[in-house]
Ligand binder design. Structure first.
Ligand code: NAD
Length: 258
């Protein structure tokens, strides 16, 4: 199947970025959220982001991109999409509810993806009527800038689903990397313990916020210090991911900093 239309559930910092890169790749997009405020903010963020790309000479027709995105409060508007990407808050009960609704709503051959940072794809796929069409599609933040999409297979994800999602990710200009369904997958299994350790270093008085970030930027050639990155990701999301690592791997080394 070649993907031509995309539905995105959750118009927060990830959802609006995903909608933007999909529309820039020529796909038609429906972006939904339960919050009208989030949708308004998403639209403003996309308009500003497209204007920046025009200024840099990387985009000529922002109106054409914007015209491919429908902003809606109704998840029902996703009924005809080829792929639905869930990008709502990182809480298991919210994602389970959305995936069950999507499963009943979209066509049986449509792919159902989740942008979860850490939650088991097998658990999420089990909410979908044909779990072979469910997959993890983990974009990085900010989506228009970051090149990676981490693809995660649930136990029953089919090769066809995986290949279709790899192809549409590449159409968006992304590099698709495969990871297995273990808590945190590859990126957050490695990144979040580092961020958590930076929070512990602060908590134990090893160094100040400024010095921890400066040391890691200059000492390990990272573009942003781990504490600044944590704020950028969202501390609620960072804590939710550490709790998934701690519970799922059962090892005290993943204990979130108090
Ligand atoms: P966010 O808080 O900016 O946005 C979440 C949005 O989901 C909000 O607008 C909220 O109104 C909406 N929402 C909540 N319940 C909903 C529902 N039932 N139906 C529709 N919309 C609903 O969060 P975010 O940073 O965009 O994170 C979204 C997802 O992306 C999470 O799973 C997160 O783990 C993942 N993610 C985040 C990052 C990051 O750096 N922040 C990176 C990769 C993946």
């Amino acid at each position: 199947m070649e993907i031509q239309s995309v539905g995105v559930v959750g118009a927060g910092q990830m959802g609006n970025g995903i909608a933007q890169v999909c529309a820039m790749a020529g796909l038609s997009v429906v972006l939904t959220d339960v919050s009208s405020k989030a949708l308004e903010k998403a639209q403003a963020t996309i308009v500003n982001s497209l204007a920046r790309l025009v200024k840099k000479g990387q985009l000529s027709d922002p109106d054409a991109v914007l015209s491919r995105i429908v902003f809606s409060n109704e998840m029902a508007d996703l009924a005809a999409v080829d792929i639905a990407i869930e990008a709502a808050t990182e809480r298991l009960e919210i994602k389970i509810d959305i995936l069950r609704q999507l499963s009943a709503l979209v066509r049986p051959e449509a792919i159902i993806a989740s942008n979860t940072s850490s939650i088991s794809l097998t658990v999420l796929a089990a909410q979908v009527s044909q779990p072979q069409r469910a997959i993890g599609m983990h974009f990085m933040n900010p989506v228009p800038v970051m090149k990676l999409v981490e693809g995660i297979r649930g136990l029953e994800t089919s090769d066809e689903t995986f290949d279709t999602v790899a192809a549409v990710s590449e159409k968006m200009g992304k590099v698709f990397v495969r990871a297995n369904d273990v808590p945190g997958f590859a990126v957050n299994r490695i990144l979040m313990p580092m961020i958590n350790e930076a929070v512990y270093a602060l908590y134990e008085g090893v160094a100040s916020v400024k010095d921890i970030d400066q040391a890691m930027k200059l000492g390990t050639n990272q573009p942003m210090g781990p504490l600044e990155l944590a704020g950028f990701i969202g501390l609620d999301t960072c804590l939710a991911i550490m709790e998934v690592l701690h519970d799922g791997l059962g090892d005290t080394k993943y204990r979130p900093c108090p």
